[in-house]
Design a binder for this molecule. Structure first.
Ligand code: SAH
Ligand code: SF4
Length: 366
């Protein structure tokens, strides 16, 4: 049994099955996450016989580093793999983005993505598999170790964003325990505003999340109307904008959240016109919403181009004049293919059907 990735209740159930008291689970959490320790022998305040019984049935198995790249701006990208993974198994991509007083870790939730957004390198590559909870939290574990985290010193990873490869809400079962460990005060003890889940809009899972976990929500909108969003974000054909926004406002109310961030990738001549900025502002005005404009990051084979910087600034100004807060995301790490939407691994198993193309076929039949 790999203890990495078990949330507190799961770990308590596990130690109970070994006949140990619940506080042992709390000790284990502290060792594994706070101190980054994977070897039971070094967990010195655990009773010797408990350590011995753990060693027989459990382990803390952490990812191995396949490679590391660092960009001139300090952005770092790791390719990771779980021990024992088959040689042809896909690697997991994780990016660390340092800023003064802040360190953001961008983690992946799946290898590839089935949702097939037309401007995303991950989506273009197709879907391979879900990551396990151990692989998801293992990215945070490993980044802390690599960055020299000291439990008594300052935090290095101050924020975690689920904005790497994959659609986190399509891997709900494994993402949920991993997020709980990020928030747990014996885990990474991050405040709920410092853990952000980004989704392309899986509406039923947004309602589920509203009941289960309190994190910051970011939603990939990218278009101010259904006609254009159907084309850019194919899941919109199943869950159109009105339905998606209703789920967002429900989430805020249920979790007493501050605001939802709407991501909007700026595509030259596609979604960056002044009337589209006004339409976007009209859609969100009066709600607790922020718009984050992402300059498009290019990748081989794409038909899109990044909007010029001046167009992006004008678009932002129009959204703000329309009564909605808007910011422009700074591009980081693009020379190491670590910028938003550039993570793509190399998908080896293409047997899975892309959701986008499946939706197209459904639409034709209907
Ligand atoms: N699947 C989730 C999270 C991963 S993508 C989602 O879609 O929200 C993180 C953000 O990067 C999303 O807003 C996504 O739409 C955006 N993105 C994807 N491809 C991009 C590209 N080529 N350039 C800029 N942003 C991109
Ligand atoms: Fe998947 Fe997000 Fe990329 Fe869309 S933008 S294909 S949901 S990773």
């Amino acid at each position: 049994m790999n203890l990495l990735g078990l949330s507190r209740p799961e770990l308590e159930a596990f130690v109970a099955s070994l006949g140990a008291k619940p506080f042992r689970a709390r000790q284990l959490l502290k060792w594994i996450y706070r101190r980054g320790e994977a070897d039971f022998e070094r967990m010195t305040d655990l009773a010797r016989d408990f350590r011995a019984s753990l060693a027989k049935v459990a382990c803390v198995s952490v990812p191995d580093i396949v490679s590391t790249r660092t960009a001139a701006d300090g952005t770092r990208k790791w390719l990771l793999k779980m021990p024992g993974a088959r040689a042809a198994e896909q690697v997991v991509e994780t990016v660390f983005i340092p800023d003064p007083g802040r360190g953001t870790l961008c983690i992946s939730s799946q290898i590839g993505c089935a949702l097939d957004c037309s401007f995303c390198a991950t989506g273009r590559e197709g879907f391979n598999r879900n990551l396990s909870a151990a692989e998801i939290i293992g990215q945070v574990w490993l980044a802390n170790r690599e960055l020299g985290y000291d439990p008594d010193g300052e935090r290095i990873v101050t924020n975690v964003v689920l904005m790497g490869m994959g659609e986190p809400l399509a891997n709900y079962r494994n993402v949920l325990p991993a997020m709980r460990l990020m928030l747990d005060d014996l885990g990474y003890d991050l405040s709920r505003r410092r853990v952000t889940l980004s989704t392309s809009g899986l509406v039923p899972q947004i309602y589920r999340l509203a009941e289960d976990c309190n994190v910051a929500l970011a939603v990939s909108l990218h278009a101010p109307n259904d006609r254009l969003r159907d084309e850019l974000v194919p899941i919109n054909r199943r869950h159109p904008i009105a339905e998606l926004l209703a789920a967002c406002w429900h989430y805020l109310e249920r979790q007493n959240g501050r605001s939802v961030t709407f991501e909007y990738t700026m595509l030259d001549g596609v979604n960056d016109r002044p009337e589209q900025a006004r339409e976007l502002a009209a859609l969100l005005r009066g709600h607790d919403a922020k718009v984050n404009l992402i300059p498009f990051n290019t990748f081989p084979g794409t038909k899109y181009r990044r909007s010029p910087a001046e167009t992006i600034r004008r678009f932002r100004d129009l959204v703000v004049q329309g009564g909605v807060m808007a910011t422009i995301r700074r591009t980081r790490g693009d020379e190491i293919d670590a910028a938003c939407g550039q993570l793509r691994g190399q998908v080896l198993d293409r047997t899975q059907v892309r959701l986008g193309s499946r939706l197209v076929r459904l639409a034709v039949r209907a």
